[in-house]
Unconditional design. Structure first.
Length: 494
C-alpha cells in the first residue's frame, strides 16, 4: 500500500495540472483585463498569479513607495516624524484627492503620511516628496533607485502620487515585492498602512481599503484608481500567525477589488492541507516579467457606456445596482467562497456581503496642521483647523440659505446627509462632487469643498473639492454643479 502512494500522488498531480491547463484555455478573454497575485509575506512564496507580470498603471498604490522612501529616510535619521514640511504652490496645485491646504501651510511628516495613506491626498504626497527629495523629480529618482534595489524590474516612477503619466508603470509582481519589503524592513512604521480613518477638524475620512474593519485579520495596504488602470488594491491580512499579501489590479469597482482580494486571501488561508497537490510557482521575485504595454482601461472605466462616473468611492454605485458591481462581477464562483465574520465564527457571509457590511466602529486618528502637539495644545490645533474649515465656506452657505425654500435644493441635501454621518451636515454636499475620477477620496472627507462644488461652478474649486465626495452623492447632485466636475475629472485623478 505504501508503495502505491507515490504513484497515486503523481496521478493526482497530473490530473490537477491537466485540469488547470484546460481551465486556462477555456477562461474568458475578459480575464486579461485584470491582474491578480497572492503571496506569503514571510517567504515570498507565490500562491496564485494571474497576469502578475503584465505592466500596469499603479495609480495611488504608488503612495506605498512614497511612504516607504520617506520612512526609510526617517529610519536613517535624515528627518523625523516631527519634521515640519511646507506646502508649496506645486503641492497645492495637485489634482484631487487632496487636503486642499494653501501654499505656506506647514504639516509634520507624521500627519502628511497619515493624510496621504488614508485620504490618498495627492498634495501630501508632493509635500513629502519635496521634503525628502527636494523636488518631484529628485524624489522620483529616489523612488526608481529604491525600486531597482528591491528587484522591482517592471517599475518606473515620474511622480509620488500616481496621477496619470505614461512613465508611471508597475506590475502586480513588483507591488508584491514592495509590500513584502515594507513589512520586513519597516515593521515599526507599518501602522501607517492600516489606519481605519482620520479626522481633520470636523471632517472624517475612512480608509478606502474596504477590507480594513471588515475582513478578519486585514492589516494593510493601499488602494488606487485612475481611468487607465481601473481599481487597484494591495491588501494584507494575518491569520494564525501567517500573513498573506494580495494584489488586485484592474477591477471594475472599489467593492469588486475588495471582494477579489478577500477571496484570494481566504483561499490562501485555506490551502495549507493541499499544498502538495499544486505545482510550485516559486517566489514572487522569480516570476518572469512580460515585455508589453500596460493595458489602458479608460473606455471601460470612464467611457460613455458607464452609467455613472467611475470614482474610488463607489458605495452608491453598488447600492444602485443592487450589489451587482461588487458581487456578480467580482469573480466567478463567489457562492462557493464564504467568510466567517467576527473571530472566524458563524454566521457565514459571501465576500460581497462582507464588503457591503459596515466596518467595525473605530475612533478616527486625529490629524492637524502645524507642529507636533499633545494634550490641550492638540485640542486647540484641531479646533483651529475646524474653524479654518468653517471660515472657508461662507459664500457657499449664503447661496444655499437663499435657495433653501426652493424644492430643487432639498433633494440634493438629503441624499448627501444620509450618506455622511449625522454629525456632518456640512459634509453632505461633498457627495455632489464625487464624479471625479479620484483615486482615493471619501464622502465625508471634504465637506467644506463639497459645498463649494455644489454652489459654485468655479473650476478650481470644483476640481479640488469633488474629490472628497462619494459616488453616491454624485447621483443626487446631478442637476448642476455635480455634472461639471464629473465630466472633467474621470481621466485625470489618482
Amino acid at each position: 500500500m505504501h508503495a502505491l502512494r507515490p504513484l497515486l500522488r503523481k496521478s493526482l498531480f497530473n490530473l490537477l495540472a491537466a485540469t488547470l491547463a484546460c481551465a486556462a484555455l477555456l477562461a474568458p478573454r475578459a480575464a486579461s483585463a485584470e491582474a491578480l497575485l497572492l503571496i506569503e509575506a514571510d517567504s515570498g512564496k507565490v500562491l496564485q498569479a494571474d497576469n502578475a507580470t503584465i505592466p500596469w498603471y499603479p495609480a495611488s498604490v504608488t503612495k506605498i513607495m512614497t511612504a516607504y522612501v520617506t520612512l526609510k529616510a526617517v529610519k536613517d535619521g535624515r528627518l523625523t516624524l516631527d519634521t515640519l514640511l511646507t506646502v508649496s504652490p506645486t503641492a497645492a496645485s495637485q489634482s484631487p484627492s487632496k487636503m486642499g491646504f494653501r501654499p505656506g501651510t506647514q504639516v509634520t511628516v507624521d500627519n502628511a503620511l497619515k493624510m496621504m495613506m488614508v485620504k490618498s491626498a495627492n498634495d501630501m504626497a508632493v509635500v513629502l516628496a519635496e521634503g525628502v527629495g527636494g523636488s518631484i523629480d529628485g524624489f522620483s529618482a529616489m523612488m526608481n533607485d529604491t525600486a531597482k534595489k528591491l528587484g522591482m524590474t517592471q517599475t518606473s516612477y515620474v511622480n509620488p502620487n500616481g496621477l496619470p503619466a505614461d512613465g508611471q508603470i508597475t506590475s502586480a509582481r513588483d507591488l508584491g515585492i514592495l509590500a513584502r519589503s515594507f513589512l520586513r524592513e519597516l515593521p515599526e512604521y507599518e501602522y501607517f498602512v492600516h489606519i481605519p480613518a482620520i479626522r481633520f477638524g470636523k471632517r472624517v475620512t475612512g480608509n478606502f481599503n474596504k477590507l480594513i474593519g471588515r475582513y478578519p485579520g486585514a492589516d494593510g495596504f493601499k488602494t488606487g484608481f485612475i481611468c487607465a488602470s481601473g481599481y487597484n488594491l494591495v491588501a494584507s491580512a494575518t491569520r494564525n500567525g501567517r500573513r498573506l499579501i494580495a494584489v488586485v489590479l484592474g477591477a471594475n469597482s472599489g467593492t469588486a477589488r475588495a471582494v477579489k482580494a478577500a477571496q484570494l486571501l481566504e483561499r490562501g488561508f485555506g490551502q495549507d492541507n493541499l499544498t502538495w497537490l499544486r505545482p510550485s510557482l516559486g517566489t514572487v521575485e522569480n516570476l518572469l516579467p512580460v515585455d508589453a504595454t500596460p493595458p489602458n482601461l479608460r473606455d471601460e472605466m470612464c467611457g460613455p457606456n458607464r452609467k455613472r462616473p467611475a470614482t474610488d468611492d463607489d458605495d452608491a454605485l453598488i447600492a444602485a445596482n443592487g450589489g451587482a458591481t461588487g458581487s456578480a462581477s467580482a469573480t466567478g464562483g463567489e457562492a462557493q467562497v464564504t467568510f466567517f465574520t467576527a473571530g472566524l465564527q458563524p454566521p457565514l457571509m459571501k465576500a460581497s456581503e462582507l464588503m457591503a457590511s459596515a466596518p467595525a466602529a473605530v475612533e478616527p486618528v486625529l490629524v492637524y496642521t502645524g507642529p507636533t502637539r499633545t494634550g490641550t495644545a492638540l485640542i486647540a490645533a484641531v479646533a483651529a483647523d475646524a474653524d479654518q474649515q468653517a471660515a472657508s465656506k461662507p459664500r457657499g452657505k449664503k447661496s444655499r440659505v437663499a435657495k433653501k425654500p426652493d424644492a430643487a435644493d432639498k433633494p440634493t441635501d438629503k441624499p448627501n446627509d444620509t450618506k455622511t454621518a449625522a454629525a456632518k451636515p456640512a459634509a453632505s454636499k461633498p457627495a455632489a462632487s464625487k464624479p471625479d475620477a479620484k483615486s482615493d477620496t471619501k464622502t465625508t472627507a471634504k465637506p467644506a469643498g463639497a459645498k463649494h462644488a455644489a454652489a459654485k461652478p468655479d473650476a478650481a474649486k470644483s476640481a479640488e473639492k469633488p474629490a472628497a465626495s462619494g459616488d453616491q452623492a454624485a447621483k443626487p447632485a446631478k442637476p448642476k454643479a455635480a455634472t461639471k466636475p464629473a465630466a472633467a475629472k474621470p481621466a485625470n485623478n489618482s
